[in-house]
Design a protein around this ligand. Structure first.
Ligand SMILES: [Fe+2]
Length: 297
């Protein structure tokens, strides 16, 4: 497959400002597809039958079912890329502004910094990337997971991050690079500017959030699957990050807040969950979440 030249100027170009100076975006949220092709077909049909329109589609990872222990098997990695392409093509047909992350069950190649494979014509892999959507709105992404723990014992393997330090290094580097990269000629404007509203897309969510605590079985202690580094990053940039969308924890669907940040886990499409999110910006105010619907097929 050809390389995906993730274009940091690949902005959405949907200017939804109305006559009252209000900008809106309507976003379809999906995560944890796990190759649920039937559910992808059903989602496409629901969107089509109801004549739904979206400004973009977001998918926060675990598109496939790859076993990280087989990451060295080139043929299996290539096969997984093909499966991911197939799954993403359903979402891309809903809206070509498709932004996705690889999770811990996706092809190793899609979790690289450079030379990511281009899986579909229009989709953008946002792992360790940041792009501008509007004059004052950027989206920054980090895929993969850290380990999950129950009563201090590791229960879920993290991939590609086996510890918080490695995830934190990539998270900080992605942010710092965007803060220091000049993207437009002549005016010295950087990719992330002071005053921007930031959407943080991650596969694994923040440690402190109810959306990452798996207590599917209430007879056993909860499993904590979130990242402490992502928690701290949200706290450190709380004025700017107004929204964190993540997946990974199938049994912790929901929404919560940390200061100015709304944290959303729309739930796994594998189990027929998806979300419809609306964000708005009024005049010179910053962007904010105005509605979130948790839907089931
Ligand atoms: Fe995951």
């Amino acid at each position: 497959m050809e390389n995906n030249n993730n274009n940091n100027n690949n902005n959405n170009n949907n200017n939804n400002q109305d006559d009252n100076g209000i900008k809106r975006k309507r976003i379809l949220l999906t995560t944890d597809l796990h190759l649920g092709y039937d559910h992808l077909k059903e989602l496409s049909n629901v969107v089509y039958k109801n004549a739904q329109r979206f400004d973009m589609v977001i998918c926060t990872g675990d598109i496939a079912n790859f076993d990280p222990e087989e990451a060295g098997d080139v043929e299996k990695v290539a096969a997984c890329e093909g499966e991911m392409s197939h799954a993403l093509s359903y979402l891309e047909n809903i809206d070509k502004h498709l932004y996705y992350l690889p999770g811990n069950h996706d092809a190793k190649t899609t979790l690289s910094k450079d030379d990511k494979p281009r899986l579909t014509t229009y989709s953008t892999n946002l792992h360790r990337e940041c792009i501008r959507l509007e004059d004052d709105l950027v989206v920054m992404g980090l895929g993969g997971s850290v380990p999950g723990y129950r009563e201090g014992e590791q229960k879920w393997v993290g991939y590609p991050y086996t510890n918080e330090d490695d995830l934190n290094r990539d998270l900080q580097e992605t942010y710092e690079t965007a803060k220091n990269t000049v993207v437009s000629g002549g005016d010295n404007k950087t990719l992330i500017r002071d005053g921007d509203s930031i959407i943080l897309l991650t596969h694994v969510g923040p440690h402190h959030s109810s959306t990452t605590v798996d207590q599917f079985d209430i007879t056993v202690a909860p499993l904590y699957s979130g990242s402490k580094s992502i928690s701290q990053f949200i706290i450190d940039h709380n004025e700017d990050i107004f929204l964190n969308i993540h997946g990974h924890t199938h049994a912790a669907v929901g929404m919560t807040t940390t200061g100015n940040t709304t944290i959303i886990n729309p739930g796994p499409l594998k189990f027929k969950c998806y979300g419809i999110l609306e964000i708005e910006k009024h005049f010179s105010q910053k962007w904010k979440v105005t509605s979130m619907q948790f839907k089931r097929l």
